[in-house]
Design a protein around this ligand. Structure first.
Ligand SMILES: Cc1cc2nc3c(=O)[nH]c(=O)nc-3n(C[C@H](O)[C@H](O)[C@H](O)COP(=O)(O)O)c2cc1C
Length: 180
């Protein structure tokens, strides 16, 4: 079972408490072990993560964020996504598409996660967007955690909607296969 590290910055205390309780519960329910490192401020987070990564003791990191409104395009595409606003120093993997567990209210759901600027739409902001499999609810305003399981591919620029939608459909199949 995986050993996970949660880095908690005191700076984000107001945001983290509920979220961390949910994340810890889900990690334990999944049989993983975890450790929480508390650092004095957001500026200390990258250093704490670098030390932990170098130690080689951990298998994954958990990114925490609040769901905010995106451009509303995802629903049109048939793949509505939860856009996560993460703390400035939250560890987020490199741009690409990932299979991840989304942790919500002590339950975990499979997700296909897109990280990048949505180059197909000439986006500028780097986004963390989760399409949650087998889920049909409203997540706006919720505090969620993402536990990244595997990298599926790089972020790409598609010529039009159809090839992007076809690729997302494949990503969902791949995410389910990796996480099942
Ligand atoms: C699994 C998945 C893979 C994605 N891959 C790409 C991609 O390769 N290139 C891209 O431009 N956008 C990609 N996207 C992002 C979509 O462009 C984005 O979700 C859509 O524009 C909706 O954005 P909105 O939530 O801000 O409305 C992907 C989204 C998902 C869920």
């Amino acid at each position: 079972m995986a050993r996970l590290l949660i880095v908690e910055a005191r700076f984000y205390e107001h945001l983290n408490d509920l979220l961390l309780a949910g994340a810890r519960g889900a990690i334990e329910a999944a049989g993983h072990s975890h450790e929480t490192v508390t650092v004095p401020g957001a500026l200390e987070v990258p250093a704490a993560i670098a030390i932990a990564a170098e130690s080689g003791d951990y298998d994954a990191f958990v990114a925490l964020g609040v769901v905010i409104r995106g451009d509303g395009r995802g629903r049109e595409l048939g793949y509505p996504t939860a856009n996560l606003l993460c703390g400035r120093y939250t560890a987020i993997p490199a741009d690409g598409v990932y299979a991840a567990w989304l942790v919500r209210r002590s339950q975990r759901h499979m997700a296909a996660v897109s990280i990048g600027t949505n180059p197909t739409f000439s986006g500028r902001e780097r986004r963390v967007e989760a399409y949650v499999l087998d889920f049909d609810g409203d997540l706006y305003g919720e505090r969620l955690a993402l536990d990244f399981g595997a990298r599926l591919r790089e972020m790409r620029t598609y010529q039009g909607l159809a090839p992007l939608v076809a690729q997302i459909a494949q990503d969902v199949i791949d995410a389910r296969a990796v996480l099942s």
